[in-house]
Design a binder for this molecule. Structure first.
Ligand code: NDP
Ligand code: MG
Length: 398
């Protein structure tokens, strides 16, 4: 019988957070929720607290935290309510915590996730933006503090499962020493894979958020529609698996049944398949190196019938090319790309810019800001701030 593990879920009210709690609830003999966090959705967090009875609940927003406190006291729930960015870090590094699910969306996840790494925790990484922004600092911290970093992003979890030793090699000599020729990073192509390119300027936030295969938060749904998500994932894979961008080939696979593949120098290609349900990678990482039930239905290959593959079209998906360029440049270029994208996506969701202008904002910001080699977090945060300011200027101009 395993010892019960205490888990902090950062971003508990989001799509990944909810799936994580679903898997945890299936295994009360293995996992206990230590802390749940969100930004401001206190009603959702209150419901989760009543079910999981965590020791702490954290809201970034102080007003929402006061509402949560009142609600939990009214319900007789003993969970202690904390508020603010420092409290997010506090519950990520607490000595009673065994594992942290890093599922805050965007740059806001960087500091608490990095804090968990520096505390030597087992970190289940969904928050890809943290690694994109500060990959070098992040992976060095993983090695230095002997943290265990397990990928939740379905593609990276698939690659991890297809690599030898089932472990990422953050600082070694990379994929080559494992006999890997290349990584095949699969992408569904999102909702606009076949939309006439001339119609893309007219697409609405609702259309962009309606992903054909996956149910996800708004920001990653828009990223999937522009395919910037695949670009972020390429950068994420470079850091996780110590790969060069040229070793990673993006392949469009509309069925999202193969979650990614690894090709070896002897010609073997290993793939991980499954239904598109994030509870599979979440259960894999939670239990690793063991296996547990996730609640995901068995894959029906007969019903799936066919698997298609094609190359990405850069005219349709300029964001993917911009991300590949930022990956090549490295330094602070990925942090600049990420910040410009976060601002552009927020403006698109508020209907302030068109869908096709997301790529224009990112391209302009990248071409105006130089990349430097970040020696510390201040450099990364400086690049992030500068890129956001420039993106906002461009957006205000339209
Ligand atoms: P959601 O938008 O559904 O959820 C985001 C969570 O983060 C919510 O709990 C939200 O709180 C919280 N949050 C948002 N902003 C802040 C902030 N400034 N400070 C503290 N907490 C904040 O996102 P997803 O679950 O879809 O995605 C989470 C991460 O996982 C992203 O990095 C995404 O790229 C990655 N990922 C997601 C996948 C998916 O299937 N959804 C697949 C692969 C990766 P509140 O509810 O109060 O707003
Ligand atoms: Mg993914």
């Amino acid at each position: 019988m395993s010892v019960i593990q205490s888990i902090t879920v950062l971003g508990a009210t989001g799509s990944i957070g909810v799936s994580t709690l679903d898997v945890i609830a299936r295994h009360p003999e293995r996992y206990r929720v230590f802390a749940l966090t969100a930004d401001r959705r206190w009603q959702e967090l209150a419901t989760q607290c009543l079910v999981h009875q965590p020791r702490y609940a954290v809201l970034k927003d102080p007003d929402s935290a006061r509402e949560l406190e009142l609600e939990l006291r009214r319900q007789g729930c003993k969970t202690e309510v904390l508020q603010g960015a420092t409290a997010l870090e506090q519950v990520a590094v607490h000595e009673s915590v065994d594992a942290v699910m890093a599922a805050i969306v965007g740059a806001a996840g960087l500091l608490p996730t990095l804090a968990a790494v520096r505390a030597g925790k087992k970190v289940l990484l969904a928050n890809k933006e943290a690694l994109v922004m500060a990959g070098g600092l992040f992976t060095r911290a993983v090695a230095e503090h002997k943290a265990v970093l397990l990928p939740i992003d379905s593609e990276h979890n698939a690659i991890f499962q297809c690599l030898p030793n089932h472990r990422a090699d953050y600082l070694g000599d990379g994929l080559k020493s494992s006999g890997v020729r290349k990584v095949l990073l699969t992408a569904s192509g999102g909702p606009f894979r076949n939309t006439p390119i001339s119609d893309l300027p007219k697409v609405t936030p609702e259309q962009a958020c309606a992903h054909p295969n996956w149910s996800m938060g708004q920001k990653i749904s828009v990223d999937s529609a522009t395919m910037l998500n695949k670009g972020l994932e390429l950068i994420e894979a470079c850091w996780l698996f110590n790969a060069r961008p040229q070793q990673i080939q993006v392949v469009i696979h509309p069925q999202s049944v193969i979650h990614s593949m690894v090709e070896y120098i002897d010609g073997s290609v290993l793939a991980q398949l499954g239904n598109p349900d994030m509870r599979t990678p979440i259960a894999h990482a939670l239990a690793w190196p063991e296996r547990i039930e996730s609640g995901v239905a068995s894959l029906d290959l007969i019903a799936t019938a066919r698997l298609d593959f094609s190359s990405p079209d850069y005219t349709r998906f300029p964001c993917l090319q911009l991300a590949q360029q930022a990956a090549e440049v490295s330094g602070t270029a990925p942090a600049i790309l990420n910040a410009a994208n976060e601002e552009a996506v927020a403006a698109f969701l508020q209907r302030r810019i068109r869908f096709d202008q997301i790529a224009v904002v990112i391209g302009e910001v990248l071409s105006h800001l130089p990349s430097i080699e970040p020696v510390d977090l201040a450099h990364v945060q400086g690049a992030d701030t500068e890129a956001r300011a420039l993106a906002q200027q461009l957006i205000a101009h339209w």
